[in-house]
Ligand binder design. Structure first.
Ligand code: NAD
Length: 494
């Protein structure tokens, strides 16, 4: 990643977004459009087509037609695999373009987006390409005289509804396994960050994905997304986003055709530092980045820092010094450590929750102020709140911004009680040199992932998902494929 490479792309004109339906790019049938501006400087980038329910219907019909035709669902697995690998090749060939486009759209610092977005997307298509010809059925251990075969089949039409924080990565976590399993897809990107996914869709066509197998409908969640969720011919929704929208999707399923609903939702993840952490300086540095990278707009962000009382004051001081020194600024500057807040609505929410926490008695140790390192953009300094009580809003609700809530604890059982004391269960971290304690904590914490002596590391081989109100499903790994496959039994009398 070189600054000159990025600068060469930062002003590249962006055409207005269209809908991809049955292999054709087209405007919304009623001419509806949504403006897109950049959180970097508030400048207008382009317009998106705002899909009306009639357009969503066309997209679902196109997906159904392609699915039933067998052009993809019955293509030889070895051929499907080649297409997915070619998509990965195209993503790699357009790495810089996709990275810069995405950052202009959502404001993530390029230092993070470079690998997290196109890098992850390409790796995801390759990973699931490798799975295509390894989806085996089963022969059941039935009694003599009968044969029980278990077939694995694609589900049909998959609706993938994704958020704005890492559109390309999360979009690929849905699209690639769904396609690998032989499904057709209707993708609904977030209206806050659709541009890199629209580009990805064109790359998929260029790579030879048959028309109608991937369709894209952009537009408002409450209109376009809602029409998709209520559609009678969508078989499955795979969703990443907020809890309230997750609930709406479950309702929509119940009110329509009982489509399967897989939810990856938010969190209020505890990051727990014991006095015997192997290296408190490293723990402080990683704990700061666990919450502040991408301005806290990370589902697994370590947004609650629980620190053992004996080291609390010294640790918080170290951490706030790190936070104060973080370079917040132009997301397209390779040296920027914290980019923009993705949109004005999110910035307002961050500020409101910060103010409420202070009214309720939390002490703001640093940051929290709105700044304008690039005129017209939306930015705030990383905020550290000490003296947070377990029942405060900032300890219970996801901010999805650069706001860290710090709480002291006395011993292991107190730490577990605080850690599990929210409705969520997405991620967590434990810092200790005591191996037995590390394993006890892994068992005791109610979360989809427990990081030990680090925070935030992962790769495609392990599942990512939450428990409790953080969701009911996983992205990544071989487990994610199962969402997109039906089991069918053949019971044969011999
Ligand atoms: P959101 O729920 O507001 O929107 C997500 C998507 O749902 C968007 O495409 C939106 O247009 C669509 N949508 C909104 N209303 C809809 C409706 N009524 N019917 C159908 N679709 C609708 O979430 P967001 O603000 O884009 O993203 C932030 C949230 O996502 C946070 O809560 C974050 O924790 C969560 N998230 C979770 C994970 C994870 O893996 N668990 C990863 C990233 C983000």
């Amino acid at each position: 990643m070189k600054q000159e490479q990025i600068d060469a792309l930062r002003e590249q004109p962006i055409g207005d977004g269209l809908l991809l339906i049955g292999g054709q790019w087209q405007p919304a049938s009623d001419g509806g459009r949504l403006p897109v501006s950049s959180p970097i400087d508030g400048r207008s980038l382009c317009h998106l087509a705002a899909a009306a329910p009639a357009d969503v219907d066309l997209a679902v019909r196109a997906a159904r037609r392609s699915f039933e035709s067998g052009v993809w669902s019955r293509m030889a697995p070895s051929e499907r695999k080649k297409v997915l690998n070619r998509i990965a090749d195209r993503i790699e060939a357009h790495h810089a373009e996709l990275a810069v486009l995405g950052v202009r759209d959502n404001g993530t610092e390029i230092a993070m987006a470079w690998n997290a977005e196109p890098g992850s997307a390409a790796a995801t298509f390759r990973y699931y390409a490798e799975c295509v010809d390894k989806i085996n059925g089963e022969i059941a251990p039935t009694p003599d005289g009968v044969l029980g075969l278990v077939h694995k089949e694609p589900v049909g039409v998959v609706a993938a509804i994704v958020p704005w924080n890492f559109p390309l990565m999360i979009g690929s976590w849905k699209i690639a396994p769904a396609l690998a399993a032989g499904n057709s897809v209707v993708l609904k990107p977030s209206e806050e960050a659709s541009l890199s996914l629209l580009r990805l869709a064109q790359l998929c066509l260029d790579a030879g994905l048959p028309e109608g197998v991937l369709n894209v409908v952009t537009g408002a969640g409450q209109i376009t997304g809602d029409a998709l969720a209520h559609h009678m011919d969508v078989d499955l929704i795979t969703f990443t986003g907020s809890g309230p929208v997750g609930r709406q999707l479950m309702r929509a399923s119940a009110q329509s055709n009982l489509k399967r609903v897989y939810l990856e939702l938010g969190g209020k993840s505890p990051n727990i530092v014991f006095e015997d952490a192997p290296d408190l300086a490293t723990a402080a540095k990683k704990s700061a980045m666990a919450i502040f990278r991408n301005s806290g707009q990370v589902c697994v962000a370590g947004s609650r820092l629980l620190v053992q009382r004996s080291v609390h004051d010294a640790f918080v001081e170290q951490l706030q010094n790190i936070a104060k020194a973080l370079r917040v600024g132009d997301p397209l500057d390779v040296t920027t450590e914290v980019g923009a807040v993705s949109n004005a609505r999110q910035l307002e929410r961050n500020q409101r929750m910060l103010a409420t926490a202070q009214q309720q008695g939390a002490q703001l140790r640093c940051g929290g102020n709105v700044i304008e390192p690039v005129p017209g953009g939306s930015y705030m300094r990383p905020a550290v709140l000490a003296g947070v009580q377990a029942e405060m809003e900032v300890a219970q609700q996801e901010v999805f911004g650069p706001v860290l809530a710090v709480m002291p604890f006395d011993d292991e059982s107190h730490a577990v009680k605080l850690a599990n004391g929210t409705a969520y269960g997405l991620a967590s971290g434990v810092w200790t040199s005591n191996l037995s304690r590390a394993h006890r904590m892994v068992r005791a914490i109610k979360a989809g992932v427990v990081h030990v002596n680090t925070y935030g590391g992962s790769d495609l081989t392990v599942p990512l998902g939450g428990v409790r109100q953080s969701g009911n499903a996983h992205d990544k790994s071989l487990h994610a494929l199962d969402k997109f496959l039906e089991l069918k039994t053949a019971w044969i009398q011999l």
